[in-house]
Design a protein around this ligand. Structure first.
Ligand code: ADP
Ligand code: ZN
Ligand code: ZN
Length: 752
């Protein structure tokens, strides 16, 4: 008999109450209460009703110091969480040092509040003709000569032909008129029923699968062998873009589905999901579903429940989809696995690869990391033998890697070319368009001019609230701060000296678009960046226009470099290869290498040989050579050696603490004081950690808040985490902190 339950309170993000509380199970719930359900429970002094998660059920407990309270009511009839998910919650708490409340929050779909979860409807509305056929016939015959009857006639004919038709599908027909339908219903010619929805899996469409080449087949066989051995593995599928990676995991998923398993596919950007979805639906029909943050909360809850009920075999989505409760999960594919969007920047700051590995350990399945440019962490794990490596070295259809040209922009300047395009890139664009092919141009900054200054006094226009210069946007005729989002009108005179000589420097996507339009406007020019892709359909519209060839030159930020398959693109221009090279971040080489390689992958995917032109002010940088001569291995070796020598990940782990606040003095005092704690416990403890800083953030002020950072580096992740949290707790216990926020992160992806 169950008498007591352990319950975690949903809002318990502070450590004192972040643990299970024991509650009495009232008689009314004794047969209904299950682990993984949500309940309402009285909590705290006022006994206010709070939401809680049932994490354990007990018959007897030790005598308690306090009088126990009883559970109020059940929120969900069925548990929302599976036992696997409860283990994942534990993992998130342990591995990221976060609260239970935050862990539950990330595992469950959004927007639950205290309502029962939205389930997919079990019944649907259907229309059919009155069974009294004579009545229908008389009505039809007596009206059919009237012009005004046309629309009703169409509905009657349609229902005669199709029998009962779901309301949704009838209402979606183009010829359908709502008012005519209403009339027919009023006259009882058409009747409405509720019918149970019977879920039938679409069959796998075997014809849609490509015959694999040898490399692909070997990869699929390898994955099948792992599956048959029923063991956990993580596999890196490394292949240049266009080498057929997606086709490999489509086949692997087919093999898994045939044996009753399920699969998750993570993609880095919402932009990519619709394209990926189409390739999946073609093969797996209604067994595939998509989930992402632009869908409303109810829809996402339904997908979650359908996944949990076993109605879906494949779910595709970004980072957060990694928690989908698919039963019998045997494969998690992480496409473009190097992408930094797989790391969450909000609490719990999880990485989708960590979660995927943990889930596959539980289910004895495999994680497939698909990418042309693995992260240093992944490459390192392969070298250590922790991950397996599958390589695809040939491009499909024998397409060769593009030819790469590095253009020294310093020479262009000294030759008097002040435009955004080098002579070489300009003529290549012209030639490509004349051959009726397409061009992609990558420029990693949005807006028009990224830097505005006064020629008389040298004053640079900066955001009032952030330590960054303002970007001029020509479309809105305004100055914008890309960090806090504030916009300002363009000043006519210098705010400092009143001079009228204000100049615009630096090129963003808008400026490039304007220039390309001037030169090649007749071929169709489009731009894709966060300014042109708002809304649910934003990405798709631009990409469709490019596919339909209304646009032949597509300009964009790094979002165009990812994953898109456009066989008619034969030229890719990278206008500013340097932008990411000299950021104050130990990952800047890695990021630049990845960006250049990904962008190159867009060129010459079809039968056409591709060309890539990279403009740079640093042609002698080793990455330019690596990219030009396709020496990826060399890059990884050299970069690993750098990291080892500098003591950075993947050889170490970083515990980063950020203090932010509006009072700069207070921020600096706080972080210095805190640093003393870190140094003290590192010097005195058994383990020693490298404490770097404190120093002002790369961007020292954002939205009126000053930012200071402390980095603590250690070899062992678990020891570092315990030590980091210990120091923070000691600090909180002994010091009064006011007016600042303190944030910490394990192995952050960005260091701003
Ligand atoms: P990647 O994911 O590595 O970029 P894809 O799987 O998207 O590569 O393959 C690139 C293109 O080649 C796609 O259009 C795909 O349909 C096609 N393709 C992949 N494998 C084969 C194959 N074995 N035979 C014919 N075409 C293939
Ligand atoms: Zn001035
Ligand atoms: Zn700002």
């Amino acid at each position: 008999m169950i008498n007591y339950a352990g319950i975690i309170i949903e809002f318990a993000t502070v450590s004192e109450i972040d643990r299970p509380f024991t509650y009495i199970v009232p008689d009314s719930l004794k047969n209904k209460l299950k682990i993984g359900q949500r309940v309402k429970v009285p909590f705290g002094r006022g006994s206010r009703q709070q939401i809680g998660y049932v994490v354990s059920l007990m018959e007897n407990i030790e005598p308690q110091k306090y009088r126990l309270k009883a559970i109020g009511e059940l929120i969900d009839e069925e548990p929302l969480l599976t036992s696997e998910q409860l283990e994942i919650v534990q993992f998130v708490v342990r591995y990221y040092g976060t609260s239970y409340a935050a862990a539950f929050d990330v595992v469950l779909p959004p927007g639950l509040k205290d309502n029962p979860i939205s389930k997919a409807p079990t019944h649907e509305k259907v229309y059919k003709l009155n069974e009294d056929a004579l009545k229908v016939k008389i009505y039809y015959e007596s009206n059919k000569h009237k012009q005004s009857f046309k629309k009703q006639q169409w509905i009657i004919d349609y229902l005669r032909e199709h029998g009962s038709v779901s309301a949704k599908s009838l209402e979606n027909q183009e010829e359908m008129s709502k008012s005519s339908l209403k009339t027919l219903i009023q006259k009882a010619i058409v009747e409405i029923y509720e019918e149970e929805i019977i879920w039938v899996d679409d069959p796998i469409c075997y014809n849609a699968f490509k015959m694999l080449n040898d490399e692909q087949q070997a990869a699929v066989d390898y994955m099948q062998a792992i599956e048959e051995a029923n063991v956990y593995r993580t596999v890196l599928l490394q292949g240049v873009t266009g080498s057929g990676k997606t086709e490999v995991f489509l086949h692997a998923i087919k093999n898994i589905l045939e044996k009753g398993g399920t699969a998750l596919v993570l993609v880095p950007e919402i932009a990519l999901t619709s394209q990926t979805l189409a390739r999946f639906e073609e093969r797996f029909g209604n067994r595939v579903a998509l989930t992402h943050s632009r869908m409303n909360a109810k829809e996402r809850q339904r997908i979650y429940m359908r996944a949990k009920a076993g109605e879906l075999s494949i779910v595709i989505g970004p980072r957060s989809a990694v928690f989908m409760p698919l039963p019998n999960l045997k494969l998690i594919v992480i496409d473009e696995a190097h992408d930094s969007s797989y790391k969450s920047e909000v609490d719990p700051k999880y990485h989708a690869i960590d979660i995927a590995k943990e889930r596959m350990r539980y289910h004895l399945g495999q994680v497939l990391l698909a990418t042309a440019t693995p992260s240093m962490e992944t490459y390192y794990e392969v070298q250590n033998g922790a991950y397996d490596l599958l390589r695809l070295d040939k491009r499909i259809g024998g397409a060769t890697l593009p030819e790469v040209d590095i253009v020294d922009m310093r020479l262009e300047l000294s030759n008097g070319n002040h435009t955004v395009l080098s002579k070489k890139l300009y003529s290549a664009i012209e030639a490509t368009l004349k051959q009726d092919k397409q061009v992609m141009l990558l420029i990693n900054r949005r807006g028009h001019s990224t830097f505005i200054n006064c020629r008389s006094c040298g004053y640079v226009l900066k955001c009032e609230h952030c330590d960054v210069s303002l970007t001029y946007h020509s479309s809105t005729q305004s100055l914008q701060c890309h960090y806090c989002g504030k916009t300002e009108p363009v000043p006519e005179v210098c705010p400092q000296c009143g001079s009228r000589h204000i100049r615009y420097f630096g090129s963003g996507t808008e400026k490039v678009e304007a220039y390309i339009n001037e030169c090649f406007g007749e071929y169709g020019v489009g731009r894709m960046d966060t300014d042109t892709t708002t809304g649910k359909e934003g990405h798709r519209k631009i990409l469709d226009a490019f596919r339909r060839r209304e646009i032949n030159v597509l300009i964009g930020t790094q979002m165009i470099a990812k994953g898109h398959d456009f066989p008619e693109v034969t030229l890719v221009g990278i206008l500013s290869a340097d932008a990411s090279l000299f950021m104050q971040d130990f990952r800047s080489n890695e990021r630049t290498y990845q960006l250049l390689t990904q962008a190159m992958g867009r060129a010459g995917r079809g039968e056409n040989k591709g060309k890539v032109i990279i403009q740079t002010y640093n042609p002698e940088h080793f990455i330019m050579d690596v990219v030009k001569y396709n020496k990826g291995e060399l890059f990884y070796e050299q970069e690993l050696a750098n990291r080892k020598c500098m003591g950075y990940p993947p050889y170490t782990h970083i515990f980063s603490v950020l203090v932010v606040g509006t009072d700069e003095g207070q921020v600096i005092r706080t972080i210095h004081l805190m640093t003393q704690y870190f140094r003290y416990y590192s010097d005195r403890g058994q383990n020693h950690f490298r404490v770097i800083g404190p120093s002002s953030g790369v961007i020292s002020k954002i939205g009126d808040e000053y930012r200071w950072r402390l980095l603590v580096i250690g070899d062992k992740r678990d020891k570092l985490l315990i030590y980091g949290k210990y120091c923070l707790n000691k600090f909180y216990a002994n010091e009064t902190v006011s007016g600042v926020k303190i944030q910490w992160d394990m192995n952050p992806q960005a260091m701003i």
